[in-house]
Write a protein that binds this ligand. Structure first.
Ligand code: COA
Length: 167
């Protein structure tokens, strides 16, 4: 499996991202404006969009955005968020079920870290579901950790952990 850092919007990339997100998260968690939102996310060069590729098929996707942009988007959802220009926020991450457990996550995160470092970013932030939270806690130096009991982007159905990790 290879990683691909993409820059700029392309219709095929949008379809790949939506297909992956549609399969890794419950259907009723999808943003109603997902097509518009991820078109903008792909088009904005401030963001980091990375795909995981297997045999010419996109099987994983991670999007990281400037942390301060996430604060602007989510301040009402998590009033404890504070600005930090040295951080990027993992907005979404997922790998198709049949391609998990094969090193793809590490490959995507390594590529994300390399791109963050190239941009002078020293921290990753995220609201992580329990499985991803456990992986991050095991593999990163944790700077901030606090549980968030109700999270709008998990449809208020699961708690998440707010994490800041050093990179
Ligand atoms: C979260 C998700 C992407 C993880 O993918 P995965 O393929 O299941 O992950 P893996 O089991 O391969 O990754 C964990 C392994 O990678 C290793 N790993 C991950 N990142 C690493 C890193 N940066 N450095 C070292 N090791 C790392 C872990 O140690 C672990 O190794 P193990 O084999 O000893 O357990 C996947 O479960 C998924 O798509 N879930 C649904 C969507 C979702 O919930 N996303 C999170 C939103 S917050």
């Amino acid at each position: 499996m290879q990683t691909e850092l993409v820059s700029g919007f392309a219709p095929a990339l949008l379809e790949d991202a939506l297909l992956i997100l549609g399969q890794v998260f419950p259907a009723h968690w999808q943003y109603p404006d997902a097509r518009d939102y991820y078109s903008k996310m792909l088009a904005d060069s401030a963001n980091i969009n990375i795909f995981l590729n297997s045999d010419d098929k996109q099987v994983g996707y991670v999007l990281a955005i400037p942390h301060d942009q996430a604060v602007r988007e989510m301040r009402e959802d998590d009033p404890q968020l504070k600005n930090d220009p040295s951080a990027y926020y993992i907005e979404t991450i997922g790998i198709l079920p049949q391609f998990r457990g094969s090193g793809g996550l590490k490959a995507m995160l390594d590529r994300l870290l390399a791109e963050c470092k190239a941009r002078g970013v020293v921290k990753l932030s995220m609201h992580a579901r329990s499985g991803f939270s456990a992986i991050v806690q095991k593999n990163f130096k944790i700077l901030t950790f606090r549980p968030v009991a109700k999270w709008r982007y998990a449809n208020f159905e699961e708690p998440v952990d707010y994490i800041e990790a050093a990179i």
